[in-house]
Design a protein around this ligand. Structure first.
Ligand code: NAG
Ligand code: NAG
Ligand code: NAG
Ligand code: NAG
Ligand code: CU
Length: 228
């Protein structure tokens, strides 16, 4: 009970530190934010769009919803922050679940958990949306999701993110068995590559501390046989 109470009392701090449910951050000046991080993704060029993974040390993709015609290369840039993230294809119906192959569809792409890497998708059908999430523990349920070519009505990016937030802490931890190339409506032709030429962003020490404390207590509670 004691461990459980501790965990519960830590939850708000964890949520605050990780930006639970926070809207996508807007770029801020370093004066305003104090520790504002420089985005690691380069500017877009014709036919090539770039997305920051964990933009400004928050658990978001930025931009999280883009329009990308056939043949566009979309590159995801992973920071070197001490906390791995992933770009893992999912579906509108199950935002936090890897898009496995079916009889009629190939499997989704998955960068697997990475730091200091880049991962590129080539858009192959711009008439259909691509949904993806980060598979790091808890991140999808905190809204770390994105879309490419989402419709403007119905199954929108906003509704996709709301569905992920609704899953919240009950997100099921996914396995991390290495990168998967290929994909549906967009194809990764290579596994993630080392990215050395970009500015790295640091997760705040406070975030890492609370995060680690949470999982240490969680493990302790499990070991003690307590039901949460
Ligand atoms: C992206 O895919 C299209 C269609 O398959 C192909 O023509 C094009 O060469 C690809 N682009 C790159 C850079 O691989
Ligand atoms: C795959 O497509 C075939 C033919 O269109 C259909 O009969 C079958 O039900 C589909 N299977 C799944 C799993 O959707
Ligand atoms: C993009 O490619 C898909 C698949 O080949 C095709 O159905 C779609 O019409 C193409 N989009 C445009 C705008 O031509
Ligand atoms: C997401 O992008 C699509 C275009 O791909 C656009 O039509 C839609 O309005 C955007 N949705 C949000 C919530 O920004
Ligand atoms: Cu993440």
């Amino acid at each position: 009970m004691f461990a459980t109470a501790l965990i519960v009392s830590l939850l708000p701090a964890l949520a605050a530190a990780q930006g639970y449910g926070a809207p996508d951050p807007k770029p801020t000046s370093s004066a305003a934010a104090g520790a504002a991080a420089v985005p690691s993704a380069p500017a877009d060029t014709p036919g090539h769009m770039n997305i920051d993974v964990a933009f400004q040390s928050q658990f978001v993709f930025h931009p999280a919803n883009i329009t990308a015609p056939n043949g566009t290369l979309v590159t995801f840039w992973f920071p070197n922050s001490g906390l791995d993230h992933s770009v893992t294809q999912s579906s509108f119906a199950a935002p936090c679940t890897y898009l496995a192959a079916t009889d009629n569809s190939s499997a989704g792409f998955d960068s697997a958990l990475q730091s200091a890497k880049s991962f590129t998708i080539n858009i192959t059908d711009d008439t259909k949306p691509i949904w993806y999430h980060c598979k790091q523990a808890g991140h999808c349920g905190m809204g770390m999701v994105g879309s490419i070519n989402a419709p403007a009505t119905g199954n929108t990016f906003d509704n996709f993110k709301a569905a992920a937030l609704k899953i919240g802490p009950s997100e099921v931890q996914e396995s991390n068995s290495g990168p998967v190339t290929g994909g549906v409506n967009g194809i990764a032709t290579a596994p993630p590559a080392s990215s050395t030429g970009t500015t790295t962003t640091k997760d705040s020490g406070a975030t890492a501390l609370v995060y680690n404390a949470f999982f240490a207590l969680f493990a302790a509670a499990l070991a003690a046989g307590l039901s949460l």
